[in-house]
Design a binder for this molecule. Structure first.
Ligand code: UDP
Ligand code: MG
Length: 152
């Protein structure tokens, strides 16, 4: 078991457009983790590409960048809501709650299973959450300044 992990959670433009960020945070709150960072970000293409660097070479990368930049949703200012959650097993707990990447395959009671959908080939799956401790630390450093995160 891992202790005191941190994980980056992003509420993506489709969830902002649907006004379900409160519902998503409610489900994450119930996991019993500590929210140690929270902000509204105006996403730049540079940050979007750095965040999804591991998708380089994938055929869907450009559409995923467009999705994250808000081009498929009616959301101004390239808005993304970003959070850090901390606690025991935080990464697995959050991943379990959000469900599988593909919203049509995600369990119905998960966030992605409840609220995700396909728009063309893009999985509009409402949330991002880090997949490993290494990814989490890299991603938190991309999205937050150290002084913007508590309890460190
Ligand atoms: N994605 C997509 N089509 C795919 C795979 C991924 O649209 O075939 C998008 C989707 O929004 C996903 C993101 O790219 O959340 C990052 O992909 P990853 O495999 O890292 O999935 P995640 O870690 O978000 O579950
Ligand atoms: Mg991933």
């Amino acid at each position: 078991m891992r202790y005191m992990e941190r994980t980056l959670v992003l509420i993506k433009p489709d969830a902002i457009e649907k006004r379900i960020s409160g519902l998503i945070l409610d489900r994450l709150d119930h996991l019993g983790l500590q929210m140690t960072g929270a902000k509204v970000v105006s996403l730049t293409e540079e940050l979007a590409r750095a965040h999804y660097k591991n998708l380089e070479g994938k055929p869907f990368l450009e559409e995923v960048i467009q999705y994250m930049m808000g081009e498929f949703n009616n959301v101004p200012n390239h808005k993304i809501y970003a959070f850090v959650f901390q606690g025991e097993n935080a990464i697995a707990k959050v991943r379990q709650e959000i469900g599988s990447t593909n919203p049509e395959k995600a369990a119905p009671w998960t966030i992605r299973g409840s609220f995700g959908r396909f728009i063309g080939d893009v999985m509009q799956n409402c949330v991002h959450a880090s997949g490993s401790p290494e990814d989490a630390e890299k991603e938190i450093a991309l999205w937050f300044k150290p002084e913007e995160v508590l309890d460190r």
